[in-house]
Ligand binder design. Structure first.
Ligand SMILES: *[C@@H]1O[C@H](CO)[C@@H](O)[C@H](O)[C@H]1NC(C)=O
Ligand SMILES: *[C@@H]1O[C@H](CO)[C@@H](O)[C@H](O)[C@H]1NC(C)=O
Ligand SMILES: *[C@@H]1O[C@H](CO)[C@@H](O)[C@H](O)[C@H]1NC(C)=O
Ligand SMILES: *[C@@H]1O[C@H](CO)[C@@H](O)[C@H](O)[C@H]1NC(C)=O
Length: 471
């Protein structure tokens, strides 16, 4: 590990122009993550990153790092439990250190396990990195965890690890970016390394990885909610999916990206806090926009942030405790002949992300059709048009039809036979128990405009529930 550090620091040369550009782009973006930061710290971030880029300190092996999927060689202590031989679907990772006031780790674990069914737990593993250098504290927590969660340890649902201090890069005499006090800099720099070592350990345990913090509450069946989202996005490109708007909570990765993310956090560990580094990571891997789902599945529990027990009342107002009724929009492609405004593409209407489709004045006969990759058995459908700020951009008159037998016709795909399901009322459409009315599987959901309107059209969300999802 020491060698690794020397090598990285020595061979850091100059970033390729590509990455440089991306980094600039990312610094210019106003993202959800840094909306909590002040204008001044953003200015600082920009300056610091610019200095850093021009300092020639950064490397040729940045690109090398990008290709590498090699794990970092660390001799972890396994404090509780061991990884299963079989790969799981999801790893839930969190890192914890001693706090001046109020530790919520046990409550967090309790929430994770209580809000998951046995079926869900079979497909996931929870990994806790006890990252304090105080071994006495670690031992005490291990004892508490073993006592309280022995059942989950024995079932292979819970692993607790520790990375020895000797693996850590220097934590003294660090750069004082953002004018932070030295102990603040040390805290956030160590935290980046804590996370890097956690990610490195988890890289091979499952298909997907979810980052949580040690002071959170989960909503019911968050696992199933996440799985629905992943199924509906199959085949689309993404780096980070967000299930909370707070700090490093509810951020989802594909496990194959974890070695890179771990190396990235190590490389820039003293530059900025982890939630900023995460934004850069996403942008460097060319996911430009935040993809965040509503409702949020995770919420802060503690009132105190981990650093020196300063009051921290950041709460996620999109949190919903019960996520069991989330729609499961199956994979689909959307076709419309309504003229799209800028990049408010049709696909933006097909998720619970806070985005929408925006089209110009639709005319009678225009359509907006969702074509499923595979036919589905619909149970419930809800379509919302307009937004609170732009209520007038709702669909004033429209119908919804269901179709089967899709066929490609030039640029689009059309179903051949349609039945009418109902009409829009006040810009909204909702239909339940569809499987009792329509007995065959559905391939197309088509919205047809029945009166031309001067106003533009926003389709804010389409929520689809299917039969499989009830299992
Ligand atoms: C990274 O991988 C790409 C494609 O696999 C390869 O062309 C390139 O040479 C690699 N770069 C480095 C620095 O290893
Ligand atoms: C990992 O590190 C240990 C000691 O720190 C060393 O004995 C071992 O050879 C290393 N393994 C690899 C693959 O580098
Ligand atoms: C990852 O796990 C698979 C099987 O679960 C194993 O064959 C492989 O060697 C592991 N890779 C690493 C880098 O540990
Ligand atoms: C969209 O397609 C429908 C049906 O083919 C047609 O009636 C309508 O005029 C088309 N609208 C535009 C803007 O092309």
């Amino acid at each position: 590990m020491r060698c690794y550090w020397k090598r990285s620091l020595m061979t850091l040369g100059s970033l390729s122009l590509f990455f440089l550009l991306l980094l600039f782009v990312s610094l210019g973006l106003r993202t959800e993550e840094d909306s909590f930061a002040t204008e001044e710290s953003r200015r600082w971030a920009r300056e610091v990153a610019m200095r850093q880029i021009y300092s020639e300190r950064n490397g040729e092996n940045f690109r090398e790092l990008w290709n590498s999927s090699l794990p970092i060689n660390i001799s972890y202590s396994h404090l509780v439990g061991f990884p299963n031989h079989k790969k799981k679907y999801l790893t839930v990772g969190l890192s914890s250190v001693k706090r001046k006031r109020g530790n919520y780790l046990l409550e967090t674990l309790k929430s994770i396990f209580e809000q998951s069914s046995n079926e869900e737990l079979k497909e996931m593993v929870v990994v806790v990195h006890l990252a304090d250098f105080d071994q006495a504290w670690n031992s005490k927590v291990v004892k508490d965890i073993s006592r309280k969660f022995s059942h989950h340890v024995l079932s292979g649902h819970l692993i607790v690890i520790h990375a020895p201090q000797e693996h850590y890069p220097p934590l003294q005499g660090l750069k004082r970016n953002f004018n932070d006090a030295p102990d603040r800099v040390q805290f956030r720099s160590k935290q980046n390394v804590d996370y890097a070592f956690l990610l490195n350990f988890c890289a091979n345990l499952s298909r997907y990885y979810l980052m949580l913090e040690d002071d959170i509450l989960c909503s019911k069946s968050f696992f199933t909610a996440i799985k629905k989202v992943l199924t509906s996005r199959e085949g689309s490109y993404w780096v980070t999916l967000e299930f909370s708007k707070l700090g490093y909570i509810g951020k989802l990765y594909q496990s194959s990206d974890l070695p890179r993310l771990a190396q990235f956090l190590l490389m820039f560990y003293q530059e900025m806090p982890c939630d900023w580094l995460l934004v850069h990571f996403r942008v460097l891997l060319t996911q430009k926009d935040v993809i965040r789902f509503k409702p949020s599945l995770f919420q802060h529990n503690g009132f105190y942030s981990s650093f020196l027990g300063t009051a921290n009342r950041l709460k996620d107002d999109d949190f919903e405790e019960d996520s069991i009724d989330l729609p499961d929009n199956p994979p689909a492609t959307i076709y419309t002949n309504i003229s799209t405004f800028e990049n408010y593409n049709p696909s933006k209407a097909y998720s619970n992300v806070g985005e929408y489709f925006w089209g110009k004045s639709p005319s009678v006969g225009d359509y907006f059709t969702i074509v499923f990759v595979k036919p589905v058995e619909l149970t419930r459908l809800r379509i919302q048009s307009g937004t609170e700020e732009r209520q007038s951009d709702m669909l004033q008159a429209g119908e919804v039809e269901l179709g089967e037998d899709p066929a490609r016709i030039k640029e689009t795909v059309e179903c051949s036979s349609y039945v009418k399901l109902g009409r829009f009322e006040n810009g909204q459409f909702e239909s339940k128990d569809i499987d009792k009315k329509i007995h065959s599987a559905v391939s197309c959901i088509k919205i047809v405009v029945t009166e031309s309107q001067k106003e533009w059209l926003i389709i804010r969300s389409t929520s689809i529930w299917t039969k499989q999802s009830k299992a």
